[in-house]
Ligand binder design. Structure first.
Ligand code: FE
Ligand code: FE
Ligand code: FE
Length: 166
């Protein structure tokens, strides 16, 4: 068997993130229903729509690489989603739960940022600018989501969570 190349490695990573996005989408839907804070609700619902576009973007990427869009089970995302769901069972005050949900979703975003950072760099390394551009678009969306969640947590949700405990 011929040794695998950088392009093969890129495709392996793309299959992981393709599956991770789809798992994340299902996980996010379940968790989002338990959110109280309006800004957080809106942020999650916007990112849900964004994520659906990200899945479509990955299909485009596979096509550009002459590959059938195919996922490979992402164990890491399974763990992150299952941790997010466990939080719902902890009996947290609604405002405290919001804070915990933000943390769980940020862990998911950080995994995605790592993954898209990698595939974007690989696409540039093999000189496929079209693919690199698409992946960079998603990378930026994940970063923006992470920053927005940070803002909502620090600016609002964490304070309300503190008051709930008082
Ligand atoms: Fe995503
Ligand atoms: Fe993975
Ligand atoms: Fe995301």
């Amino acid at each position: 068997m011929a040794s695998k190349t950088m392009k093969d490695l890129l495709i392996m990573e793309l299959r992981d993130i393709y599956d991770a996005e789809k798992q994340g989408l299902r996980g996010m839907n379940k968790v989002a229903r338990k959110v109280t804070n309006e800004k957080l609700k809106e942020a999650l619902s916007n990112h849900k729509e964004e994520t659906e576009q990200q899945v479509e973007r990955l299909k485009q990427v596979f096509e550009l690489l002459d590959q059938r869009p195919r996922g490979k089970h992402c164990d890491a995302m399974e763990g992150l989603v299952s941790e997010a769901q466990e939080i719902l069972e902890e009996g947290l005050e609604p405002e405290v739960l919001d804070a915990a949900i933000i943390a769980a979703i940020q862990k998911i975003e950080h995994y995605e940022i790592a993954s898209y950072g990698t595939v974007h760099a690989y696409a540039e390394a093999i000189g496929n600018q079209e693919v690199a551009k698409l992946l960079e678009q998603t990378l930026n969306e994940e970063k923006k989501t992470d920053e927005l969640l940070n803002k909502i947590a620090v600016g609002e949700v964490n304070k309300k969570a503190m008051q709930a405990a008082a």
